[in-house]
Design a protein around this ligand. Structure first.
Ligand code: TYD
Length: 238
């Protein structure tokens, strides 16, 4: 790399590597947000640049759509229309946030992604399966997550955690669904883990937070070997 200054060397290295893409999935109150943040922190201690993001949302355009969806304003339009709105948000999120970060060598951790549409709008909402597939092809294409962590807790525990978390605020569009809906949701995520074992790992998330975090770290270490990940020089403090 003779003749290159530090900045151009950094860009050359970054140009050769793509970051890893990890998604967290599961029902309400499974602990996705906390565990996604804890994992991001742990990867950062290894010098890996991490972008922590979420769905619906994760880019300015998608955050606007998030508001429409979670307020319940789109519910009367039906599950197909809701799936289309989640997909519109995802499309913006992928193009504005996820792809650029991966291309710069960052690891991206997303709190929910396309599996949530498959399960909430598809399995539970009975949206047209062909529509769900087509939307996934358009928004996700080849951008399959390298790893999907599915956090599994009994619906009853998840719902009581979610209700504690929101305090006096009312339940959002999906939290307000019946207990039966949330049990089915759990089953659907468990089926997904069975159907795609190369990408998905089901983690028992009913234990104390540090225990669950260790389980997640072991899976990430075994599958993605972050200790040997190339570190983008632009992430190294100069
Ligand atoms: P959020 O407040 O982010 O809560 P959670 O902690 O449960 O992730 O709410 C997101 C809600 O949107 C959640 O109830 C799941 C739902 N959802 C879908 O129905 N389809 C989707 O494609 C996505 C990304 C989320």
């Amino acid at each position: 790399m003779a003749g290159m200054n530090r900045a151009s060397y950094a860009i050359a290295i970054v140009g050769e590597m793509r970051g890893r893409f990890i998604t967290f999935e599961g029902g309400e109150g499974a602990g996705k947000s906390s565990h996604a943040a804890m994992l991001a922190q742990r990867l950062r201690t290894l010098g890996i640049g991490v972008v922590l993001t979420r769905e619906p949302g994760g880019s300015p355009g998608a955050e606007i759509i998030r508001h429409v969806l979670l307020s319940g304003a789109a519910k009367p339009l039906g599950p197909d229309a809701e799936a289309i709105l989640f997909a519109a948000a995802r499309d913006d999120h992928v193009r504005q946030t996820i792809e650029p970060a991966l291309a710069r060598g960052r690891w991206v951790i997303s709190d929910r992604f396309a599996d949530s549409t498959r399960v909430y709008q598809g399995t539970l909402g009975h949206a047209d399966p062909k529509l769900i597939k087509a939307l996934e092809r358009i928004t996700v294409g080849d951008l399959k997550p390298d790893l999907t962590v599915i956090l599994d807790v009994p619906a009853e525990i998840g719902l009581s955690r979610a209700s504690k978390r929101r305090g006096a605020a009312g339940a959002d569009r999906f939290e307000a669904e019946s207990a039966e809906f949330h049990e089915k949701l759990r089953d659907a995520f468990r089926m997904l883990a069975l159907a795609e074992p190369n990408r998905c790992v089901l983690i028992d998330a009913g234990d104390m937070r540090p225990t669950v975090a260790e389980r997640i770290w072991k899976v990430v270490s075994d599958r993605l070997d972050p200790a040997t990940a190339p570190v983008a020089l632009e992430d190294v403090a100069s």
